[in-house]
Unconditional design. Structure first.
Length: 82
């Protein structure tokens, strides 16, 4: 590999603003904000949603009644174009 052309790959914390959960991982992203976690200081990136707060992963998603929507559409436009 060529030297000095790759971004620095370092430890960073992602913080979910919705649930307050933190994830310690490695990334090439950087941030001016820091957080102390497990006795060490890491840069922190705030995210609005993650697997801890997304309805798909938490099981709190709503199921839409698509059959009712189709019937409503067909009823509204029944005579259109005839």
């Amino acid at each position: 590999m060529k030297t000095e052309i790759h971004p620095e790959y370092k430890a960073i914390v992602f913080r979910d603003l919705a649930s307050g959960t933190t994830f310690l991982t490695r990334s090439t992203l950087s941030s001016d904000k820091t957080i102390e976690l497990d006795g060490a200081t890491y840069p922190v990136i705030d995210v609005e949603i993650s697997s801890e707060s997304h309805p798909f992963y938490t099981g709190k998603q709503r199921i839409l009644d698509s059959a009712g929507r189709v019937e409503k559409f067909n009823k509204r436009f029944k005579g259109f174009g005839a």
